[in-house]
Design a protein. Structure first.
Length: 312
């Protein structure tokens, strides 16, 4: 897997969901803060994204995409002055809502992804909390195609929509982040993950780590993958990523192990090997240092958290 795909796979929990809103002015929707990320795509008409207090409203036109992540509240409205009404959270993977009124019509697709913010990858922390991707001719054609397919599926639901929509939502998230990445800094003075992934040497080392995290990597070996001396590689990696190579390797191994514990029944001894540990005891000790609990306890806690409770 490439690094961006790995980042999303490690953080994702549950299934994404979306709602197609057909609205008539005046209207306003309030989205409270929550863990995860959301998006808004204007399929028809126009509206305003209302950021947290003291933020400047953002005008959204046909085809525009807005991506919001982090625990911030925000709103959507036909006008910055329209009062916002909190909407009921949708539990279905996809739904349609039609408002009342006779004013100007707006059709907007709103969706949400559940992300494990307790294990947020540092790449995502560099993404602005609100990303606006205006519709521009010739730009982000794959993103636009995905938006068109989503709009079409939700406008005329047909057989197979239950499988198609979640897959398209996953694709949309990757295209949104790719578009943000393409707009990032591409100069030698830049730092951070965007700069790191645009640096051929550091990108090669990161790819090696993500391709085979179980390998007993040394700084010298990763430097060879990057085509740099040990010292030069360690300096450049630490300057761009913000932590030494082997520190990031351990963090990624534990993140991958935690995902396997959450999402699978793979035996602990197998997860230990996949995390690069020949000893189950050493793996358990490393995992406990990172998460505060043993791998077995972590898995039991995650299973209990997912188990539905009886309603009264």
């Amino acid at each position: 897997m490439d690094v961006l795909s790995d980042v999303i796979a490690a953080m994702r929990t549950g299934r994404p969901h979306s709602t197609r809103h057909e609205l008539y002015a005046p209207w306003g929707m309030f989205f409270p803060s929550s863990q995860g990320a959301g998006f808004h795509v204007v399929l028809q008409g126009s509206c305003w994204l209302i950021p947290p207090p003291n933020g400047t409203p953002i005008a959204l036109g046909p085809g525009d995409v807005a991506f919001v992540h982090g625990e911030i509240s925000h709103g959507l409205a036909d006008s910055p002055s329209t009062p916002l009404a909190e909407i009921k959270p949708q539990r279905e993977p996809y739904s349609r809502v039609r408002g009342e009124g006779s004013g100007a019509a707006t059709v907007v697709l709103c969706g949400a992804y559940m992300l494990d913010e307790t294990r947020a990858h540092p790449l995502l922390s560099e993404v602005q909390q609100i990303v606006h991707l205006p519709a521009q001719v010739g730009c982000h054609s794959s993103l636009r195609a995905t938006v068109d397919l989503l709009g079409s599926e939700l406008e005329r639901p047909l057989l197979g929509i239950g499988a198609i929509v979640p897959a398209l939502l996953d694709t949309l998230l990757l295209y949104i982040l790719r578009a943000w990445f393409d707009q990032g800094p591409h100069n030698k003075e830049a730092s951070g993950w965007v700069a790191a992934l645009n640096d051929p040497a550091i990108a090669a080392a990161l790819t090696s780590i993500h391709d085979d995290p179980a390998h007993p990597w040394t700084v010298e070996q990763l430097g060879a993958e990057a085509g740099l001396s040990r010292a030069a590689f360690a300096r450049r990696f630490t300057a761009l990523i913000g932590q030494p190579p082997l520190t990031y390797l351990t963090w990624w191994r534990m993140t991958t192990a935690a995902r396997l514990l959450r999402e699978s029944d793979v035996p602990l001894r197998v997860i230990s090997k996949q995390a690069g540990y020949t000893s189950d005891i050493a793996f358990s000790a490393a995992f406990k240092r990172e998460f505060g609990v043993t791998p077995g306890r972590y898995r039991r806690n995650q299973t209990s958290a997912r188990r539905p409770t009886a309603s009264v």
